[in-house]
Ligand binder design. Structure first.
Ligand code: AMP
Length: 308
């Protein structure tokens, strides 16, 4: 049976600069990317987030039109939506944050709608770990709790972050953040340290080089799809985890084997996101295109070997 999915995260305006151009304020935020990616699956997905009164109705309409439940999204009158701006360097794997304006986030008191308190899968998207913990506390008995984080929260909210990491089943984090969190250079060692902090499953995202899934002593490695054109990596990690979790929610099972497939689905979704600026590619992609890309992933790593 399908599992109900609750997603916490930012709904934002971003300004992005990459070697291929520069945007003005465009739609962003981790809950936005996660929701759009998750909407490819037939599940009940609710977002918990906060926006200011500058958030455009066209953007809330877009998310609702994808079947996402926005009853957990609060608007704070007189305040501005969270704003982030970043610049990607030539290799597109590294970026510098130019500006983070927390705005409404400083007043965010998240409330999980009654109908989502019993959601069996919870995704605590990249946010202040105090807010992530406040949402987790409102859930009745989730069977799988997944969290994401980033350098901004690792640097300044370490104690609360460690406490939260101890309570989740899966953590999704990128390679540099895993190194920052554990002070280990080897990602295998870093994953072990993180597993010892609590999560049974650790996902380390490596940008264009794919993702690693660790569980007990097992490792699964998903490639990054070699793409001719990458315009903007923003939201790749969120699209990845959105596809990952939505697939598991639709399947209703959360074993290591299910997660391997989920990692491929997340990687396929992320490969769409990076092909255009912002959320554009996710907004218009179809399930048929997603299925075809998953087949491409399969062919990419399929080989036969005979040792004589
Ligand atoms: P990703 O590229 O997957 O790491 O996520 C990019 C999205 O994260 C952007 O759309 C931003 O609005 C959002 N974001 C950036 N900084 C933060 C932060 N400190 N907390 C939460 N969300 C953020």
């Amino acid at each position: 049976m399908n599992d109900k999915l609750l997603v916490l995260g930012t709904m934002a305006y971003d300004a992005i600069e990459s070697p291929f151009g520069k945007t003005g304020k465009i739609l962003g935020g981790c809950a936005t990317y996660i929701g759009l990616a998750a909407s490819q699956f037939k599940i009940q997905c609710g977002l918990v987030s906060v926006i200011g009164d500058d958030f455009k109705t066209a953007h809330t309409n877009l998310l609702s039109s994808k079947g996402l439940d926005l009853s957990g999204v609060v608007t704070i009158p007189g305040e501005k939506t969270f704003f982030w701006s970043g610049k990607y360097h030539n290799d597109l794997n590294t970026r510098t944050t130019i500006d983070t304006q927390l705005n409404v986030l400083t007043k965010f008191d998240p409330k999980v709608p009654e109908k989502f308190k019993d959601a069996s899968i919870v995704l605590l998207g990249n946010l202040d770990p105090n807010i992530q913990a406040a949402v987790l506390d409102q859930m009745s008995a989730p069977k799988l709790v997944v969290m994401d984080t980033m350098n901004f929260w690792i640097e300044s909210y370490r104690d609360k972050l460690d406490e939260l990491i101890g309570k989740v089943d899966v953590i999704s984090i990128n390679d540099e953040e895993a190194r920052q969190l554990t002070e280990k250079h080897s990602l295998v060692e870093a994953a072990k340290v993180i597993q010892d902090m609590g999560p049974k499953y650790v996902i380390i995202k490596k940008g264009e080089h794919g993702a690693l899934l660790f569980h007990e002593n097992k490792i699964f490695c998903a490639p990054g799809l070699p793409l001719e054109e990458v315009f903007d990596p923003t939201g790749a990690g969120d699209s990845f985890i959105g596809g990952f979790i939505a697939y598991l929610s639709q399947r209703g099972k959360v074993s290591f084997e299910d997660m391997k497939t989920a990692v491929i689905i997340g990687s396929a979704l992320a490969s769409f996101t990076v092909q255009e600026f912002g959320t554009k590619a996710l907004e218009k992609m179809s399930f048929k295109e997603l299925s075809e890309r998953i087949q491409t992933f399969k062919r990419l790593t399929e080989f036969e070997i005979e040792l004589t």
